[in-house]
Design a protein around this ligand. Structure first.
Ligand code: C5P
Length: 199
């Protein structure tokens, strides 16, 4: 069975947690596509060469979750040739047998426009910055500034800007517990599987 779940949205909206939970719930494989851009940014040097030569080992680095790695990622992610170099890998993953969840910024709009389920997970910038601060610590005002800066870069770029696909279900997690957000995502996927006769 090919069944792709595309989960997009801005940084720290809850995409990662929701993606991991629904992948575990349905037995789907999960790809955090932000990690690809983080790994390219962390390699340094020519980002296009880094994207073309990306290996599993690059994705296993333990310094990819920092604020600095997020900023570096969103800079290389604005380079069209970097994005182009990563398309095939993501599409192959999405079409693997048994179902796949991909989370990122352009999964429902560019990578998998035919995904069976598209979710756009968002929350207010203040809420997202607070969550990031709880996770990483540091100066709260600076964390908010970095969230806003990354939003502006991801939404403002010419190639594959962050935006909800027209047929995406929008999930605003500002005032939602993570359990409620996961339950809502599971309900959307269940309904789609049932409509396909696979529920
Ligand atoms: O999701 P995460 O915060 O790890 O993503 C890091 C950066 O990678 C994002 O700010 C964005 O610029 C870029 N990205 C992207 N397209 C994706 C996933 C991530 O441009 N599908």
């Amino acid at each position: 069975m090919i069944f792709t779940v595309a989960i997009d949205g801005p940084a720290a909206a809850g995409k990662g947690t929701i993606s991991r939970a629904v992948a575990a719930r349905f037995g789907f494989a999960h790809l955090d596509t932000g990690l690809l851009y983080r790994a390219v940014g962390a390699k340094g040097g020519d980002p296009v060469a880094a994207a073309r030569g990306l290996t599993e080992a690059d994705l296993a680095r333990d310094d990819l979750r920092t604020l600095a790695a997020g900023q570096a990622a969103s800079k290389v992610a604005a380079v069209p040739a970097v994005r182009a170099a990563l398309v095939e890998f993501q599409r192959r993953f999405a079409r693997r047998n048994g179902g796949a969840v991909l989370d990122g910024r352009d999964i429902g709009t560019v990578i998998c426009p035919d995904a069976a389920v598209k979710l756009y997970v968002t929350a207010s910038p203040e809420t997202r910055a607070h969550r990031r601060w709880l996770e990483l610590g540091g100066d709260a005002a600076q964390v908010l500034a970095e969230v806003l800066e990354r939003d502006a870069r991801d939404m403002g770029r010419a190639d594959a800007p962050l935006r909800p696909a027209e047929d995406a279900v929008v999930l605003d997690t500002t005032d939602m517990t993570i359990d409620a957000a996961v339950a809502r995502a599971v309900a959307v996927i269940d309904a789609r599987l049932a409509a396909r006769g696979q529920g």
